[in-house]
Structure formats: C-alpha cells, structure tokens
Design a protein around this ligand. Structure first.
Ligand code: ADP
Ligand code: S3P
Ligand code: MG
Length: 198
C-alpha cells in the first residue's frame, strides 16, 4: 500500500548551507518522504546552460553564474510546492535570498568543518574549492556565510548520523516550525497575527 506523505508544507522547501552539508542528498530524501517533486538548482542550471557548473565558472565567471542561479531559482519558486536544493552560494546573493524568503521556507543544513572537508573531498566538481586549500576555503566561507545562513527559517544539524535520520529531523523541525507559526501559502509568516514584518 502506498504510504501517505508526512504532511504537505505550504511553500517550497529550500535547502541552504555550505558545500557538502548534504543539501542535494537530504533534499532527495525529504522530497520522497513528503511525496513532492525534487529539484536541484545546480542541476537545473547545468541543464539550462548545456554545460557543467565548472565550465560556467571557467567561461563566464562567478558573477554570471550567480545571475543565472538567481533566474533559475526564481523560476523554480513559481508554481507547485516542491523541495529545492540550492548551491551553497545562492542564499548569499541578496536578491536570491529575498526571493527565497518571500516564496519559500528555508532550511539551513548546518555542518561542522571536518565533515564538510571530508564530504567535499570525494568529488572535484566544486570550482570554488580548487582555488586553494579546500579546508582553508571552507573555513573562510563558514565565517562569511554562517551568519547569513542563520537567517533561514529552520536550522538542522547535518552530522555523522545517516542521511535518513537527518531527513527525519528536518521533517520534525518543519512540523514544529509550522505549528509555531501559521505560514500562509502566499504571504509573510504570521506569529502573532501581524505578519513577519509588522
Ligand atoms: N549523513 C550524511 N548526510 C548528508 N550527506 C552525506 C552524509 N553522509 C555522506 N554524505 C555524502 O556527502 C556528499 C555531499 O553531499 P551533497 O548532498 O552533495 O551536499 P551539498 O549539496 O550540500 O553540497 C554526498 O556524496 C553524500 O552522499
Ligand atoms: O557554495 C558555493 O558557492 C557553490 C556551491 C555548489 O553547490 P553545492 O553547495 O551543492 O556543492 C555550486 O553551486 C557551486 O560550485 C558554488
Ligand atoms: Mg548540492
């Protein structure tokens, strides 16, 4: 018998966090649990551009990548609710972050440095980590980005525990968040009847 989804979130869930935090792999599991479509922004960017993220960085540079990323994420935040995994820099771009805050529910997967180094070390598909020592780069990005990721609606630790367990903890945190704040499909989070910006 088909399993029922845990519940249906009112807006697209947007996973944010550093490279290697598990946005892509946890996002897929979350989508399956919620019976929602899964989409990875990096994958969509590659499909739209017809080349890899590495090639986009090489040919056009990071600024152009960020612009394309913003456009793709804007498109993916339209229409049906889904689970959207972003690339680690997306939430740092002020316009992209504003879009995510306006139309999505953001989930920061927070992970410690050692784990990020180990996980990202398994593949060499991340251009930013080729510009020097990956540990130093990730440490610098942590200092720069963690205060901004902390603005996400929900924070969940991505640690040594199996991905399945992390996905379950995201669901629990989400349930808790939605119970604490009435989140309309089209407006600001309401915690006291006045709205987030009231
Ligand atoms: N417990 C775990 N949680 C998340 N990812 C894990 C875990 N254990 C191993 N990984 C691996 O870490 C790697 C990086 O994860 P990925 O989902 O690509 O991260 P991101 O999209 O945030 O860069 C993947 O190969 C994934 O399978
Ligand atoms: O942190 C970043 O700026 C980036 C993260 C990558 O995605 P993941 O976080 O999924 O690795 C990818 O978008 C690109 O290499 C840039
Ligand atoms: Mg990813």
């Amino acid at each position: 018998m088909a399993q029922h989804p845990a519940f249906v979130p009112p807006r697209t869930l947007v996973l944010v966090g550093l490279m290697g935090a598990g946005k892509t792999s946890i996002g897929k599991r979350l989508a399956a649990k919620l019976h929602l479509p899964f989409v990875d922004a990096d994958h969509e960017i590659e499909s739209a551009a017809g080349c890899t993220i590495q090639e986009i960085f090489d040919r056009f540079g990071e600024a152009q990548f960020r612009d394309g990323e913003r456009r793709v994420i804007a498109r993916l935040l339209e229409g049906q609710v889904r689970v959207l995994s972003t690339g680690g820099g997306a939430f740092m771009h002020p316009e992209t972050r504003a879009l995510i805050r306006e139309r999505g529910l953001s989930v920061w997967l927070r992970a410690p440095l050692d784990l990020l180094v180990a996980r990202t070390g398994r593949r060499d598909n991340r251009p930013l980590l080729k510009q020097g020592n990956p540990r130093d780069i990730l440490a610098a990005l942590m200092a720069q980005r963690y205060p901004v990721y902390a603005e996400a609606d929900i924070t969940v630790d991505s640690d040594e525990r199996p991905p399945e367990e992390t996905a379950e903890r995201v669901l629990a945190a989400l349930r808790h968040h939605l119970a604490a704040a009435a989140v309309p499909a089209d407006g600001a989070v309401q915690t006291d009847g006045r709205g987030r910006d009231a």
